[in-house]
Write a protein of this length. Structure first.
Lengths: 603, 248
């Protein structure tokens, strides 16, 4: 069959929910997709999303409204999200759910056979559609199936086990292709494309142990950042309050546990203390994640009340009927039993906060164009929709919605955009050669450092200085230490010289990108002198953390006058350092108000 | 508890190279699993004989038993490595690639054949498009629960590795992709194309190649009742064959 040369070619990097929905949209519009992924797309990290996906279905007699979803999202994000973009997302949500239902996502149903809804953090209405406790897995699979159908029709070429290395710009500076490497044969190849969409997910691995998959390293985002793409709001890293701490990874315990009635407590004076319920009577255990994580951190680290003096609190489901639990939360309870060896239906789980999600990412406009023409970003790797803190079950929504925007927009650019000149064979080969040279150089590295040990050190640094509580001393120290790590990267020694599936050499390349991304996160946090959402900064007095008369830490307040702005990070190739500036955004629909979950939300 | 855990790992430098074994010791810690141990070997790839070697190659992503990537043969049994806790398995721990699939390197295997099989059984709902139509059909909650169970299949390949009828001697596509046909036949829109899927399962490598050895259901990490659904599919395929014959 002769290839139709007039077909528009869109390269999509990443096969999670956003990348796959973008793929489907492009195919429906008659385009052809080259789909690049670290793994078979069915194994993408979207499948780790557990609790559900928010959409105002209003089928529980609670008079939920799209406006309420809109307001909860903006308020939950501490007024740092572009309100026009959020509005588009919440309006589309119910339609997306119906589409997923038609695709065969096995949502949990009521006895009448309609979609069941559950409670989630930061919202007072039942608004979360779910498939047991494996909603992300089920949505990802449905999209994987639809993409396979397009693959059979010849519209999708999958490049699974290919790593995206960098984009290729033409002489006008417009993105017209990319270089990727086959992770098994190690072949490096240049690809042309009319538009490139990055849908590469979050940078959790920058923090080492987190709830993310091992493939969520932010390397692709860092690569395009080094090629001139702006990163926005990187300092807003979501710490999920309830994860099972582990030395290889912190495993997520869904917010759905609390949504279904789970209670968080520790012993105080010999009696259970339900501290979230006491501190936040209006929302109780269902406060947003940043609020819950800070409370747990305070109870363990500052008050010393963690279980057996360790950094752990109880997440308790044992008072709930086990049949009900099985139906609503089956998958994750099984996971807890399997990894911890205790049955959460009978004894309270032991959990602690963990790095989980990045609200920030590549800067995009409302239709997901980056500042580099021809390059788009979609899903967790972009910065849109969540502001300073994401509400639970809004990530599956933003992943899906962004794909339905970026896909069609990529086709529009491919057809009518000012794409400048085509890449010549010489330009393609030059781009390929550059990557080949860099890779060959890595193979000759024979210093004394081990890349995985360096990665571990970086994770420790980031957790110590750029996690739940931050202060400017720590952030300054962290920047100095990250610079040292970047230098030590040059002294890595490679033990693997194989030409087959050389995971070590690929990791060395990713690690450098991760360090540069870590610097962007840290610098963004250093420059933002306020507390907002997930970014909580302690006031310094005479160079020391300030305490009030009761001995409590004093945090900076939200400073709308100076910081109700998007952080923009540009890469300076000379110093390899991030350069920070600020940009206004649209907050014209809902007037900013103080965020306080101790009382019911006022509009 | 000993302070070291011994791993005996079957390695292979490339697709056409000869396998060999190497032994590694990893520091014990509570909750240690096989993936975490392999990560420790990455940090210090030295064998028990003190030889510095290339780190062991394997595939993993989620470490939560949902992605299916880290399937390998551990002490003779195909399973996910991330939830194989050292405390719960016999030591020394033997790791080998699942040789039902072509080996790329060490424990890394090529499972693309499973994804190809999902094309054969037409494992999707035939949607007009991703646009809004009207409400999706109501579904029987009990049927939906069955669908939910089958839809947990991670395409990890444990059942193919365990099945005596999957291999060079047979063209059986294996339990996992076969049972996926049943999943789509349950869906109110998916069932419109049930005859196509059942016909596909009558072809070479389809359900008649299942020898009913029941190994698959034993190893499925998601406890999917594979043999139950294989039996029901077998019945559906037979009915379809009669329909084809008598043209009704």
């Amino acid at each position: 069959m002769a290839k139709d040369m007039s077909k528009k070619k869109i390269a999509i990097v990443g096969g999670g929910i956003s990348g796959l929905l973008a793929t489907i949209k492009v195919c429906e519009l008659g385009g052809e997709v080259d789909l690049f992924s670290y793994c078979p797309v069915k194994r993408s990290h979207s499948l780790c999303a557990q609790g559900g996906i928010n959409a105002c279905m209003d089928t529980k007699g609670e008079h939920d409204s799209i406006y309420e979803h809109f307001d909860d999202t903006v308020y939950g994000g501490d007024f740092l999200a572009d309100q026009i973009a959020v509005k588009g997302m919440v309006e589309a949500a119910p339609k997306l759910i119906k589409m997923f239902d038609r695709m065969g996502v096995p949502f949990t149903r009521t006895p009448e056979g309609v979609l069941d809804l559950r409670n989630f953090g930061g919202q007072k209405h039942k608004r979360t559609c779910f498939a047991g406790s494996t909603t992300g897995q089920q949505i990802l699979y449905a999209l994987d199936e639809q993409v396979r159908r397009w693959e059979v029709k010849g519209s999708v070429n999958k490049y699974e086990f290919w790593e995206f290395i960098k984009i290729i710009k033409n002489k006008e500076g417009i993105c017209r292709g990319l270089v990727a490497q086959n992770m098994n044969t190690m072949e490096i190849r240049a690809f042309t494309a009319d538009t490139v969409i990055l849908a590469t997910g979050g940078p959790g691995q920058v923090f080492g142990r987190c709830t993310a998959s091992t493939i969520c390293n932010g390397s692709a985002v860092s690569a395009v950042y080094q090629q001139g793409a702006e990163i926005a709001n990187p300092e807003f890293i979501q710490i999920h309050p309830t994860a099972i701490p582990g030395s290889d990874k912190n495993r997520l315990m869904s917010e759905a546990c609390r949504g279904e009635g789970g209670r968080v407590w520790v012993y105080k004076d010999g009696k259970p203390w339900y501290f979230l319920e006491e501190m936040y009577p209006a929302y109780g255990n269902l406060v947003p994640r940043d609020v819950a994580s800070r409370a747990i951190y305070k109870v363990c680290v500052h008050m010393g009340l963690g279980i057996n003096g360790e950094n752990r609190v109880y997440l308790d489901l044992s008072h709930i009927d086990s049949g009900y639990l099985e139906r609503k939360l089956g998958g994750i309870l099984e996971m807890y039993s399997e990894f911890v060896g205790q049955d959460p239906r009978k004894v309270p789980m032991e959990i602690f906060p963990s790095v989980h999600y990045s609200m920030g990412g590549i800067w995009v406009d409302r239709v997901h164009n980056t500042n580099i023409p021809g390059l788009m970003a979609s899903g967790e790797c972009d910065y849109q929709y969540h502001g300073a803190n994401r509400l639970g079950a809004n990530s599956l929504l933003s992943a899906a919605y962004s794909g339905t925007v970026s896909g069609p927009e990529a086709m529009k650019w491919a057809k009518t955009g000012n794409k400048g000149s085509d890449l010549t064979d010489a330009e393609l080969e030059a781009a390929r050669r550059e990557v080949q040279n860099e890779y060959d150089k890595i193979l000759t590295m024979n210093g004394s450092e081990n890349a995985h040990k360096l990665h571990h050190e970086m994770g420790d640094l980031m957790y110590k200085y750029v996690a739940i509580e931050r202060d400017n001393n720590g952030l300054d120290t962290c920047l100095v230490e990250l610079k040292k790590l970047l230098k030590r990267w040059n002294d890595i020694g490679i033990t693997d010289h194989s030409t087959v599936a050389n995971q070590e050499a690929m990791f060395v390349r990713q690690l450098r990108n991760m360090i540069l991304y870590a610097m962007a996160i840290t610098k963004g946090a250093r420059m933002r002198d306020e507390s907002r959402g997930a970014h909580a900064k302690i006031v310094l007095e005479n160079g020391k953390q300030k305490h009030d008369k009761d001995g409590e830490l004093v945090f900076m307040g939200r400073d709308d006058e100076h910081f109700m702005k998007v952080t923009i990070v540009n890469y300076d190739p000379k110093t390899e350092e991030p350069v920070i500036s600020y940009r206004d955004f649209d907050h014209s629909l809902i007037k900013p108000r103080a965020r306080n979950y101790a009382v019911a939300k006022k509009e | 508890m000993p302070d070291k855990v011994r791993f005996i790992i079957e390695r292979q430098d490339g697709p056409n190279e000869k396998p060999y074994t190497q032994e590694f010791d990893v520091d014990y810690r509570p909750g240690l699993n096989v993936v975490a141990a392999l990560m420790e070997i990455q940090k210090n790839p030295v064998t028990v004989d003190g030889k510095k070697v290339a780190p062991v190659t394997w595939e993993c992503n989620c470490l939560e038993k949902v992605c299916g990537a880290c399937m390998m043969v551990i002490n003779g049994k195909a399973r996910q490595a991330c939830c194989a806790l050292v405390d719960e398995i016999k030591q020394p721990i033997h790791l080998a690639p699942a040789r039902t699939f072509p080996v790329i390197r060490d424990l890394l295997i090529d499972r693309s054949v499973m994804f190809e099989s999902l094309k054969k059984i037409q494992g999707w709902v035939e949607l007009d498009g991703s646009w809004d139509v009207k409400d999706a059909p109501i579904q029987n909650p009990y049927t939906a629960q069955t669908a939910y169970e089958i839809s947990h299949c991670m395409t990890c390949g444990c059942c193919l590795e365990a099945c005596p009828n999957v291999g060079p001697q047979s063209d059986f596509i294996g339990p996992a992709p076969t049972v996926q046909a049943y999943l789509f036949n349950l869906h109110p829109l998916g069932k419109f194309d049930a005859p196509k899927r059942l016909n596909a399962l009558m072809e070479k490598g389809g359900i008649t190649s299942c020898g009913n050895s029941q190994n698959c259901v034993e190893v499925c990490p998601k406890s999917i009742k594979l043999t139950t659904y294989l039996a029901q599919l077998n019945r559906d395929v037979n009915k379809q064959a009669l329909r084809n014959m008598f043209n009704f």
